[in-house]
Design a protein around this ligand. Structure first.
Ligand code: T5A
Length: 220
């Protein structure tokens, strides 16, 4: 059976990385408890950008605060995210899904729509085309949008220390990004999660949503 792709999306500090770890632990214990440890063949956690070794180099160029006196242009930024995605889809996502894995991916195509489309104001039609090329048409089976107020997310990140290049963009940029996620919220299999609650409460919401999908996918 082909695997399934669950994507986590949201603004900076919305809690994606934290929630992926919660979900992974919950899935591991659920599959073991239900005697399904070999079906799916295992949970894989990955991310964009930076889910491959080449992707990590691309991630560094994208997120380091500056390269000498030069800064990336919006178009070079877009193409680097697309390059990371093309490589990651072909090297990690497609092989994992073809061998039946359940994949949890930190960010995917909706981030490019939100950040480069709404945030940088690049052409949404061009982004759609690039996403289709980079993914070879692979779409997520479920996208969880961790919805959070922009100021709260940025405050969480500020508490964590040094900001990366994208985090350093002004609050208006991040508000447009938030609007970009909201604009995608009516899409199929794009589910909104309240990211403002405690970590445990957010994890419970996600487990309830994923449970209904596991029933459809694996008859659990
Ligand atoms: N990007 C990415 C684009 O512009 N275009 C694209 O196409 C793609 C794919 C990637 C950057 O690239 C941009 C978006 C990003 O700017 P990243 O590191 O993957 O960088 O993305 P970030 O969102 O910056 O990831 P972070 O790890 O920094 O944030 P998370 O994963 O959303 O949040 P998390 O879980 O690390 O939590 C952040 C802090 O908040 C706390 C945590 O303990 C942590 O300190 N926290 C909570 N606090 C209170 N209540 C909760 N419920 C909390 N949950 C977490």
């Amino acid at each position: 059976m082909r695997g399934k792709l669950i994507v986590f999306e949201g603004i900076e500090g919305s809690g994606k990385t934290t929630q992926i770890q919660y979900l992974r632990q919950w899935l591991d214990s659920k599959f073991t408890k239900d005697g399904l440890s070999s079906d799916p063949t295992g949970v894989i956690v990955t991310r964009q950008p930076g889910g491959t070794s080449i992707g990590q180099q691309i991630r560094q160029v994208l997120l380091q605060p500056s390269v000498g006196t030069e800064s990336l242009t919006s178009t070079s930024e877009l193409l680097l995210y697309a390059a990371d995605r093309a490589h990651h889809v072909e090297r990690i996502l497609l092989p994992a899904l073809e061998t039946g894995h359940l994949v949890l991916c930190d960010r995917y195509t909706a981030s490019t729509v939100a950040y480069q489309g709404y945030g940088r104001k690049l052409d949404l039609g061009l982004i759609k085309t690039l996403n289709t090329i980079a993914t070879k048409g692979l779409t997520s089976d479920l996208t969880l949008w961790l919805k959070l107020d922009v100021a709260v997310g940025l405050k969480r990140m500020a508490n964590r220390g040094q900001a990366d290049r994208i985090e350093q963009a002004g609050i208006e940029f991040h508000r447009r990004v938030h609007g970009g996620f909201a604009a995608q919220a009516q899409q199929d299999r794009f589910i909104t999660v309240d990211g403002s609650l405690t970590q445990e409460a957010v994890a419970e919401q996600i487990q309830a949503i994923v449970s209904t999908y596991l029933q459809q996918w694996y008859a659990l």
